[in-house]
Ligand binder design. Sequence first.
Ligand code: AMP
Ligand code: MG
Length: 417
Amino acid sequence: MAQLSDDCFAFGGPMLSVDEAVGIIAAKVTAVQDIESVALVAADGRILARDIAAPLALPPFTNSAVDGYAVHGSDLPRGTEKTLPVKGRVAAGRAAQAAKPGEAVRIFTGAPMPEGTDTVFMQEDVRLDARGNVVLPAGLKAGANVRPAGEDIPQGQVALKAGQRLRPQDIALAAAFGLTRLDVARRIRVAVFSTGDELASPGTPRAAAQLFDSNRFMLMAMLRRLGCEVSDLGILRDERDPLATALKRVAGEHDLILTTGGVSTGEEDHVKAGVESAGRLVLWRMAIKPGRPVAMGIISGTPFIGLPGNPVASFVTFVHVVRPIVLALSGAAPAPILPMPVRAAFAYKKKSGRREYVRVTLRRAADGALEAQKFPREGAGLLSSLVDTDGLVELPEPVTSVEPGDTVGFLGYANLM
Ligand code: AMP
Ligand code: MG
C-alpha cells in the first residue's frame, strides 16, 4: 500500500483552487510500486511500468509503400519517359532478388526492396508495352514510394515511456516490436462506500423517504475506467462509530478509500466525524461549481476522499480530485485534460475567482462551427443533466460572464475518466 503522512493534504488559506488541489496531489501522492506482467490483449488502459526502447527498427527492412515497379535511382527517366524490361516479381512476405541497373522489378506494398533499387513507380502511373516492358513517366524523385528501415522508429529509441496509460495504438507498437507481454503497475485497489440513511441499494426495498443509491455505481464505473480494482462496500448508515470502524477495517487492504455523501459541515454529516476518529481529515473547500467541500483524509496511511453526495457535484469533484489521485497512485504520468475550443450558444453569469463547469450538448451550427448548448437547468442533483449532455464547458476563475458566440473550452465526458 502507498503510505502517506497524516498531514499531506493540509493547505494554507480558506479556499483551494482546482490547480492548487491538483498541485498538492502531484507533490504528495506517490505511486504504488508493485509491477505485474500482462499479455498484450490485457494491456489496454494499464499503466506502463518501464520505458520500452525499440528492440527492432520499424519498419524492420526497407520496403515498398505502393504496388508498382522498383527501379535503380540511376534509371529514373529525365525529361521523357523510359522503357525498362520487367525482371522479377516480389510480393509482401517474400524475399527479393537483387536487381541490375536497367531492370524494373514488379513489387507490391510491404514487399522488401530488391537490392540495388531505391525508387518505386506506382502501378497507376505506368503502362506496359506490347512486349511486357514497363514504360515509366519522367518526373519521379529518387527514393519515392519507399519506406526506409527505421523511418518510423530507429532501433534503440525509447518508444513508450513508463507512466503511459496504454491505448490501442501503444499496444500495437509493442506488438510491432514482437513483444508479447508488458510490465505494468498493478491495479490500485479502491474501496467505495455510499453514506446516508436515505439510500437504498438497487435490488433492495426502498422506503418512502429513500432513494436508490446512484453515486456508488457511477463512481465505481469511473474508477474501473481508470483501471482500478474496485471493492463495492455498499451503503454506510449515518452513524459515526460504525463508519469509523468500517473505514479502519478497509484501510489496510486498499490504496484509496472513496465515499460519497455526508461530508458537508451539517450535524448530519457523519463521514467527517467518522474519519476524524479513524484518522486525519482536512476539508478541501474548493473554488469550484458544481462542487461542495471534499473531505481529504489519511486513515492508517491510506488516502481517503469523501465526495459530496449530490450526483453532479460528486461527478465534477471526482474529475478534479479522485482522477489525479488515482492516476498518481497508479504511476501514470500526469495527464492534464485540455479543453477543446467550441462556440458558446448560451449566456452565463459566474463568480470571479471560482472555476465553474456548465453541462452542455455539442451540435454543429449552420456555419459549420461546433457549438455548445447549455443544459437548461442547473441543479447539482439532476442526473438527467449528466445523461442528456456530452460534456462540460470549463469556465476559468477570472471569467465573470459568457455571451453567445464566445469561445469556451469543452471537456468531453469520455476524456474525463
Ligand atoms: P449529503 O452530501 O450527504 O448531504 O447529500 C447531498 C444530497 O445528495 C442529498 O440529497 C442526498 O440524498 C444525495 N445523495 C447522497 N448520496 C447519494 C448517493 N449515493 N446517490 C444518490 N444521491 C445521493
Ligand atoms: Mg448524507
